[in-house]
Design a protein around this ligand. Structure first.
Ligand code: 8YV
Length: 331
C-alpha cells in the first residue's frame, strides 16, 4: 500500500472534514484557529506533500521558494486564489487547486442580501429595537428605503457567482446588465434577458446597482478605479462579495461621503481584516452595510468545500488530474 500523503491544513475546518482527512491522509492540523505564522508556514511547505491553505495565508513566491521537494500540491480551501502566487507554484511544478462551484449559491444569496440591506435599510432598521432607539411607532415617512423592482443591476464578472446573482435578481424584477471579459452563451443571455456591455464605463454610468462578482487578479485590481466610480449615478449603490482590492476603496469612501454615490454593501475589504474607520462611520450613518467576509459562510458550504479539497488531494495522489486545477488562463 502506498504511503499516505503528508497534508498540512492551516486552519480549523469542520469536524467531519478534519476527521475524514485524518483517516485518509497523514494530516497535520493547526489546532489554534488562527492564521499560521510565517515560520510555521515555512516549516509546513518545507515538509508537506500537500498544503491546504485558506485566504488568510500568504503563499507568495518567497514562501514557494522554500518549498521542499515533496510539496507537489497546494489544495486551497476556497475559490479565490489571490493569496497564492500561482505562477510561482506552477513554475516549480506545484499543482494548485481550489473549490469552485460549491459556494456559488451561498455567495449569490449574500449578494442579494446586501442589495436588499442597503436599498431597504435592513441593517439600520434591525438595530432600532435591540438598541432601544426611541421608536414612536410607525410613520408614513420613517425608514424609507428605495424600491429595487424595476431597477438596473450591473454585474461585473459573469462567471458562476455572477450568473447565480443574475438569476436571483431577475426574479426580484431587476433588469440584468453585465460586463465580462467574454460574452456569455446566447442561451444564458436569453434566459436572463440580460444586456452585455463591452464597455465597463458605459455600463457603470447607467446602473442603479453594481455588483462585483469577478475574481481578484492583476487585471482586476482597482478595476473600479476612482475614475470609474465617478461615472456612476449619485443614487447608485455598489455591492461587493468578491474581493476588496477590485474597488479603489478610498475613492469609493470619498464618493459616498460626498453624496456622489448613495451607498455600498461590502462583505470584503481592501485591507482585510482591517476596515477603514471612515467606512465604519458611514455604516453608523446608515450609508453602508459591512459584513465580515461571510459570503460563503454556511455549514453546508464549508463541508462541501472540505469535500472538494479531499477529492482534489485523493485524485492527485492517485496520479490523476485533480478536478479543480487552477490554470494560468484563469489568472
Ligand atoms: C472562503 C472566499 O471563505 O472562496 C473564497 O474565495 O472568499 C471565501 O468564501 C475563503 O476563501 C476560505 O479560504
Amino acid at each position: 500500500q502506498r504511503k499516505k500523503p503528508h497534508v498540512v491544513v492551516t486552519r480549523r475546518l469542520p469536524g467531519a472534514i478534519e476527521t475524514r482527512m485524518r483517516e485518509l491522509f497523514d494530516t497535520r492540523l493547526n489546532i489554534d484557529d488562527a492564521p499560521m505564522s510565517r515560520e510555521a508556514l515555512t516549516e509546513a511547505v518545507g515538509q508537506a506533500d500537500v498544503l491546504v491553505p485558506t485566504l488568510t495565508d500568504t503563499i507568495d513566491a518567497a514562501l514557494i521558494e522554500k518549498a521542499g521537494p515533496a510539496l507537489r500540491l497546494i489544495a486551497n480551501f476556497g475559490t479565490g486564489v489571490d493569496h497564492i502566487d500561482v505562477e510561482a507554484a506552477l513554475a516549480r511544478g506545484i499543482t494548485v487547486t481550489n473549490t469552485p462551484g460549491v459556494l456559488t449559491e451561498d455567495t449569490a444569496d449574500m449578494t442579494m442580501a446586501l442589495i436588499l440591506a442597503v436599498a431597504r435599510r435592513i441593517a439600520e432598521g434591525a438595530r432600532v429595537i435591540p438598541d432601544d432607539v426611541e421608536w414612536a411607532g410607525w410613520s408614513p415617512t420613517w425608514m424609507l428605503g428605495h424600491r429595487i423592482t424595476g431597477k438596473r443591476l450591473g454585474i461585473v464578472g459573469m462567471g458562476r457567482i455572477g450568473t447565480a446573482v443574475a438569476r436571483r435578481a431577475k426574479a426580484f424584477g431587476l433588469s440584468i446588465h453585465y460586463h465580462n471579459r467574454r460574452r456569455v452563451a446566447p442561451s444564458l443571455e436569453e434566459e436572463l434577458d440580460s444586456t452585455y456591455w463591452d464597455s465597463l464605463d458605459q455600463m457603470l454610468a447607467r446602473m442603479d446597482i453594481v455588483s462585483v462578482n469577478c475574481p481578484h487578479t492583476p487585471a482586476t485590481y482597482h478595476l473600479l478605479s476612482a475614475r470609474h466610480l465617478k461615472l456612476m449615478k449619485p443614487e447608485a449603490i455598489i455591492v461587493n462579495t468578491a474581493r476588496g482590492e477590485i474597488i479603489d476603496e478610498g475613492a469609493m469612501v470619498r464618493q459616498i461621503e460626498q453624496g456622489a454615490l448613495a451607498g455600498a454593501g461590502l462583505d470584503v475589504f481592501e485591507h482585510e481584516p482591517a476596515v477603514n474607520p471612515r467606512l465604519v462611520k458611514l455604516a453608523r450613518a446608515g450609508k453602508v452595510v459591512l459584513l465580515p467576509h461571510m459570503g460563503s459562510a454556511t455549514v453546508e458550504g464549508r463541508i462541501d468545500m472540505g469535500e472538494k479539497v479531499i477529492v482534489n488531494i485523493r485524485t492527485f495522489h492517485d496520479g490523476h488530474r485533480p478536478p479543480d486545477r487552477v490554470l494560468p488562463s484563469m489568472l
